[in-house]
Design a protein around this ligand. Structure first.
Ligand code: FES
Length: 119
């Protein structure tokens, strides 16, 4: 079976640096997820692409949440399609790099530097 091609337009950047959009042509088989495609990019095209995930395909960890065509979605449950798909970081969270944003509740972040904490 011939692989189909999805074009992932990925918003990249970090705080204090200009953002950019990189395009990646990603081969896929029907049923593969956007997370599969982003992992393919890291393995075959650009190992510097930053993304976060844990459970891979269960919609359980919620770490792969990102903007997919302007809508918040889980990359592990979104399916690749043979078209352009724009992917970006969550807009209402602090950007760490590329598709990674700060998602931990403030009192669960490490290292702690809250006022009143003991050194
Ligand atoms: S990787 Fe865990 S919810 Fe998507």
């Amino acid at each position: 079976m011939t692989a189909q091609i999805a074009t992932l337009l990925v918003e990249r950047g970090a705080p204090g640096t200009p953002s950019r959009v990189d395009a990646f042509a990603v081969p896929f088989a029907p049923g593969q997820s956007l997370l599969d495609g982003l992992r393919w990019v890291r393995a075959h095209a650009d190992p510097t692409l930053a993304l976060r995930y844990s459970c891979l395909n269960a919609n359980a960890c919620k770490e792969c949440m990102m903007l997919v065509d302007g809508v918040v979605a889980y990359a592990c449950t979104a399916r690749l399609e043979a078209r352009e798909v724009r992917v970006g970081p969550l807009p209402n969270k602090a950007l760490i790099r590329d598709l990674v944003t700060e998602i931990a509740p403030p009192d669960e972040r490490f290292p702690s530097a809250r006022p009143g904490d003991r050194a």
